[in-house]
Write a new protein. Structure first.
Length: 255
């Protein structure tokens, strides 16, 4: 299908919004994927997912780089989680062939509701950055966290960034700003694992992917700048809004 100039403009605007939201709390795919399926109904799903992953990879790279420059990154925890995520993301993509995705919807809905309730009730949750000392147990937790979330992202995907942020805060004592920064690094690895499959197999639309990538980067720049200026309290508010949006979406899809 030919991507016309008006269509590219629509995808550019959508990708900017996705990059903005994703740079803060994840969830950019909830914006890009529906638009791609609506705007390009004749394309096969793999091509649309590949186009989105290409754009997301560059937007996430921009956000990760900006966070790494401005935030004192907890690299030891983040890199261990990233290694687990990269390895298991590919396994998750392979599992799509034999495990129905619909089985996950009720479980994910329950987890999202639990995350929202916990965050709403704990007013101080993610406000203070007090990382726990890293030892063998904490490294094992980081590897397991990355592996489980990486598998989920490769297999299903929606809400990956939000789950990462919640777990980095709950398990390792990060604040929302540091958790979001770490989530970007992990998400970068899962995106890389995905495009390692999509791009060689030509499951992407070149003009749409490049246009969306450029505007995804622009959205990520604006989003990270806002995160630096407003701090963890602002990121917490956006996180709660995004989790509520995810809950509504999963509830509608499930019931």
């Amino acid at each position: 299908m030919t991507t016309t100039l008006p269509l590219l403009a629509l995808l550019a605007a959508t990708s900017f919004a996705a990059g903005f939201i994703d740079s803060l709390v994840g969830g950019g795919g909830l914006i890009n994927i529906p638009m791609l399926f609506t705007a390009l109904p004749k394309e096969i799903p793999a091509t649309l997912f590949g186009t989105n992953k290409f754009a997301s990879f560059f937007g996430t790279s921009s956000a990760a780089w900006r966070y790494a420059r401005r935030v004192d990154m907890p690299w030891s925890t983040t890199l261990v989680a990233t290694a687990g995520a990269f390895a298991c993301s590919y396994l998750g993509a392979m599992a799509v062939a034999w495990l129905p995705r619909e089985l996950l919807r009720p479980l994910i809905l329950v987890l999202l509701v639990a995350s929202a309730v916990y965050t709403f009730r704990r007013k101080d949750f993610g406000v203070t950055h007090a990382p726990r000392p890293m030892g063998p147990r904490e490294y094992a937790y980081a590897l397991a966290l990355g592996g489980v979330i990486g598998f989920y992202d490769g297999f299903f995907g929606p809400g990956t960034g939000s789950f990462l942020i919640f777990l980095f805060i709950r398990v390792f004592g990060f604040d929302f700003l540091h958790a979001s920064a770490s989530a970007k690094i992990v998400n970068l690895a899962t995106n890389l694992a995905a495009i390692a499959y999509f791009i060689p197999n030509r499951f992407f639309l070149v003009d749409a992917a490049i246009t969306m990538a450029l505007f995804n980067i622009a959205g990520a720049v604006v989003g990270t700048q806002l995160a630096f200026r407003r701090g963890s309290g602002f990121v917490r508010q956006v996180f709660l809004v995004m989790v509520c949006v995810l809950i509504v979406k999963f509830a509608l899809d499930t019931f």
